[in-house]
Ligand binder design. Sequence first.
Ligand code: NI
Length: 185
Amino acid sequence: MTIRKIARMGHPVLCHPAAAVEDPTEGALKDLVLDMIETMADAQGVGLAAPQVYESRRLVVFHEIEEPSPDEEEAQEQAGAPLIILINPQIEILTDETIEDWEGCLSVPGLRGLVPRYTHLRYSGVDPEGHLIEREARGFHARVVQHECDHLDGILYPQRMTNLSKLIFETESRHWDMPPDDELV
Ligand code: NI
């Protein structure tokens, strides 16, 4: 396993749609998945998309967390939350309702933004064994899925913002109603 370099906003790999994975069980993909999991853990992220490690393929990994906890001890337990590995993911939005919350991204270091996301969706894809994964998600879980899948379409969270005055440096987060140590994806 290798900790890979994380692409930052402005690199073209983050700006264009990623290619579908033709064979989810391919050996090289398993190495990529392991590297992504290690890279995500090292960066203390809760999600990572393949283009963020310069691999333009439709693959995301993320922890299934219902709601992030402001409590540090609980937050550490969240690192042990179920890990989802999703190849060629698809999203079906199940509501018109959106909610704004702060997001950060490992590819947009040092910033936070207030981003509207749908509150309820269904997602599907396959895992590296080729098994179908299908789940419903709400709240923070649904937010992470939308954020990660946006990476596969070349979209970063600032492009989803409706008010860029709420794009801030994390060092100024004390001026805003934001958890002190929120989750990066
Ligand atoms: Ni991100």
